[in-house]
Design a protein around this ligand. Structure first.
Ligand SMILES: NC(=O)C1=CN([C@@H]2O[C@H](COP(=O)(O)OP(=O)(O)OC[C@H]3O[C@@H](n4cnc5c(N)ncnc54)[C@H](OP(=O)(O)O)[C@@H]3O)[C@@H](O)[C@H]2O)C=CC1
Ligand SMILES: Nc1nc2c(ncn2[C@@H]2O[C@H](COP(=O)(O)O)[C@@H](O)[C@H]2O)c(=O)[nH]1
Ligand SMILES: [K+]
Length: 485
């Protein structure tokens, strides 16, 4: 990356900078390869935050299916983490994970999981231990129907006709699948194998299968990461997660450049688990040096930029994120390591700028919290707008959940140090309610950024990005105007 003009004298964040277009030999946005090349197996530079309100198994699987990587949070009990990792590994790679509810579930039950929109639906079926046989499927209730049916109507009564079902063996390619769905005049179909339900597929999913490459492990299963803290028996936890099949371990604490982190990292690195270790959070080249020396190959960078984060206002500690990524990414490159830019991403442009600064991948929390696939049920506010609840991992709420088992004195002591907000409503974008809708939006913006810079790969973008400084008015000028002036 190069600055357009003199190097700045102060640290910068994403809104302070812009990308300058330059002569480009990349003539199509579809020629861009967004693979981060960080050893994680991801094919998109998108990682979801290890936050309880952001990454659960469903979001992780959906993200991996399109090439990103979900990081399950360290606060999940080990048994749940193990089950979540195994669940992701069991999910279909080519098809969507079906959302299944029993016939006696109501419209209100389904509406807590899906907004009334096109392209999604509920498979109404009776599940058994072996799975779901074709004859157990009553039908598909399109999500759009949830907006018009009575809340207490039973799904079994709405799903009266057998759904269109396609045998997995009959699908030659995603394009062929798309044509089969159109020919059957359906929005969404069931995919069967040996008479059992193995997935669903919508027109949009079939299209996406042609645009994205799933992130898979050596056995062709979806990738997933999990976080561990720096306290407790980190070796036992790391071993258990590796045993469950996790693809990247993320050693995570608020102040990553501390002895407790270095100790935990060395312990895990000594286990030689054969998977990349990510560690953070840090914001300096010195931090990169110490964490890489202790065994990390990926650095999680960002102190204070997160939407749920009060660290900067509580402690004055942190660093404007663009400069933090720029310095650490260069230090990581020299040591053969990689950076994930963590926090503060609210627009596709922020992802592009993090990559321009040298990040291999970008970690997103709050933005993904407001999606169908994020953990938690949909809620609606007084005006009927749908949202999910989110909260910081260092908030009083999170600390309470994490240390609730401690004696009251220890818990009270921990609660003194809250550095995050405990409650936030993250509204679903009505036009982009699913995490894949956000992925479409982000990757289309970032593919375009690459062609403006003349870069076909993330590595080329790191080299060719030309970055200028802008005033607050310059930033403001870039925004669209929803009404005339
Ligand atoms: N990216 C960011 O800006 C931030 C992210 N977070 C996220 O919140 C979650 C919880 O992290 P965390 O609070 O570290 O909890 P952890 O459970 O990971 O433990 C933190 C450990 O580090 C010690 N410690 C020393 N100095 C600090 C410090 N300044 N802040 C926090 N702990 C310190 C604590 O001891 P003692 O309690 O005795 O001080 C404790 O032993 C993580 O997911 C983290 O990523 C939290 C804050 C900032
Ligand atoms: N200081 C705090 N940082 C937090 C907290 N919870 C999460 N985080 C960090 O934010 C990012 C996500 O940022 P976002 O802007 O995409 O929401 C996450 O990965 C953590 O590093 C917190 O309570 N305090
Ligand atoms: K913040």
């Amino acid at each position: 990356m190069e600055f357009y003009g003199d190097d700045p004298e102060v640290d910068l964040t994403y809104s302070d900078v812009f990308l300058v277009p330059r002569r480009s030999g990349v003539t199509s946005r579809l020629d861009v390869d967004l693979s981060p090349g960080d050893g994680s197996g991801a094919t998109l530079p998108l990682v979801s935050s290890n936050m309880n309100s952001v990454t659960g198994a469903r979001l992780a699987a959906t993200l991996a299916r399109r090439g990103g990587l979900g990081v399950l949070p360290q606060d999940m009990p080990l048994q749940e983490l193990d089950a979540a990792i195994r669940w992701v590994k069991d999910q279909p790679v080519q098809w969507d994970t079906p959302l299944v509810l029993p016939p006696d579930a109501t419209v209100a039950d389904a509406a807590r999981l899906l907004p009334p929109i096109e392209g999604h639906g509920v498979v109404v079926a009776v599940s058994s231990a072996e799975g779901i046989r074709i004859e157990d499927i009553a039908g598909i209730v399109p999500a759009s129907r949830l907006g018009t049916a009575l809340p207490d109507a039973r799904l079994g009564d709405l799903a009266r006709t057998r759904p269109v079902a396609i045998d997995a063996d009959d699908v030659e390619s995603p394009r062929h699948a798309f044509d089969l769905i159109v020919d059957s005049d359906a929005e969404m179909v069931c995919i069967l194998h040996h008479g059992m339900l193995v997935g669903t597929l919508s027109r949009r999913s079939a299209l996406r299968s042609n645009l994205y490459r799933p992130g898979v492990d050596a056995s062709g299963r979806l990738i997933v990461a999990a976080a561990v803290g720096i306290n407790g028996d980190v070796a036992a936890k790391a071993r258990a997660l590796a045993g469950a099949g996790v693809d990247v371990l993320v050693v995570d604490t608020a102040h990553g450049h501390q002895e407790g982190m270095l100790r935990a990292l060395r312990t895990i690195a000594d286990l030689d688990l054969g998977i990349p270790l990510a560690a953070g959070n840090i914001v300096t080249a010195e931090g990169v040096h110490d964490l890489v020396t202790a065994g990390a190959s990926i650095l999680k960078v960002g102190v204070g930029p997160g939407a749920m984060c009060t660290t900067r206002m509580m402690t004055a500690v942190g660093r404007p994120q663009f400069s933090a990524v720029l310095e650490t990414a260069e230090a990581a490159r020299v040591m053969g390591a990689h950076v994930w830019a963590d926090g503060g991403v609210r627009y596709p442009r922020d992802v592009a700028l993090a990559l321009a600064a040298g990040a291999a991948s970008v970690m997103i929390g709050s933005w993904f919290a407001g999606t169908i696939e994020a953990p938690g049920l949909l809620q609606s506010d007084a005006s009927g707008r749908l949202y999910k609840e989110s909260w910081g991992m260092a908030s009083t709420k999170a600390v309470h959940e994490r240390f609730g088992r401690l004696d009251p004195y220890e818990l009270a002591r921990k609660e003194l140090f809250a550095e995050g907000i405990s409650s936030s409503k993250i509204y679903l974008d009505p036009l982009r309610p699913g995490v894949e809708d956000l992925i479409d939006m982000i990757t289309s913006g970032v593919r375009s950024s690459f062609t403006y810079a003349g870069a076909a790969t993330v590595r080329e973008f790191h080299e060719r990005a030309l970055v200028g400084l802008q005033s607050a008015a310059g930033y403001e000028e870039g925004k669209a105007l929803p009404v005339s002036w």
